[in-house]
Write a protein that binds this ligand. Sequence first.
Ligand code: FAD
Length: 305
Amino acid sequence: MYDLIIIGGGPAGITAGIYAARQKLNTLLITKSFGGQMLKKSGMIENYPGFEEISASELIQKFERQLRKQKVDIKINEAMKVKKIGGHFLVITKSKNRFESGAVIVASGADPRLLRVPGEKEFLGRGVSYCVTCDGPLFEGKTVAVIGGGNSAFEAAIFLVKLARKIYILESGENVRADAKNQERVKKTGKVEIITKAKAKEIKGEKFVNCLIYLDRKTGKEKTLAVEGVFVEIGTQPATSFVKNLVDFNERDEIVAEFETCQTKTPGLFAAGDCNVGRFKQIVTACGEGAKASLAVYDYLQNKL
Ligand SMILES: Cc1cc2nc3c(=O)[nH]c(=O)nc-3n(C[C@H](O)[C@H](O)[C@H](O)COP(=O)(O)OP(=O)(O)OC[C@H]3O[C@@H](n4cnc5c(N)ncnc54)[C@H](O)[C@@H]3O)c2cc1C
């Protein structure tokens, strides 16, 4: 029986692990992989204190290295279900392992939000991608579309500039939402065409994607873009279904948790980072919540004795 099980190996889960070890909590961290959403980051990270500029892969390696120096058990696996039985928790993994603990921190972050249009699933890995850093190099010399008008979409387009021949950014609203710096960078490339009021309707192709159909909301007519790649960058969906019996969710499926302690409605179950209702989703805020949650777990377990 562990004192604490942490689910997630992104910034929130790793920080929770480092703090838990320092509190001498007997801790298990279960994660599908290390890095989380940082692995999707194409440009440099410029807003993590201590590093004026650092690549996401280098920062996550530093996080992981620091965690692995602590006394924390690590299992690369997926948590499928969390149950509360009497005063303790049972976590069941994809490979049917069962682990018990006095407390659980859910730090499972978020997965890419799906476009939900015909062709998206069918062409996944054959032109449709949610990760420009992973798949961008496959589109050298090709014309591609990036769906979304926020910072992720703009950063994806900037990453693709050195590879792709031409890039379209499609935003369904009237205006893009990327910050001024990213808009400026995109403009400077001269390779990116931004189409607003454009709602993606269907991805088509034969073996691989060859076009994207969108509704031009200015004219009400459907238009076709000849593209060989479609990068979906329309935000994220919290990865929280495995605790649905134990927590409340808001309308975005984020776990309701107290601001100060990250405590959910179930005593002993905490939620930190992008999976909870916190408004600002950043590396530094996820780390902060991982720390808060671990310190709160320590208090919770002390009070239980
Ligand atoms: C493209 C992009 C660019 C970004 N750029 C920046 C930036 O420049 N600066 C910044 O501060 N923030 C940036 N962010 C936001 C930042 O990456 C997130 O806020 C942060 O990663 C959240 O950390 P987290 O630990 O809460 O979740 P995540 O990073 O999502 O990590 C969740 C972890 O949980 C694991 N997991 C999920 N479900 C399970 C399960 N059932 N069982 C086991 N493990 C599970 C995942 O494998 C992953 O390791 C960016 C995000 C994106 C997508």
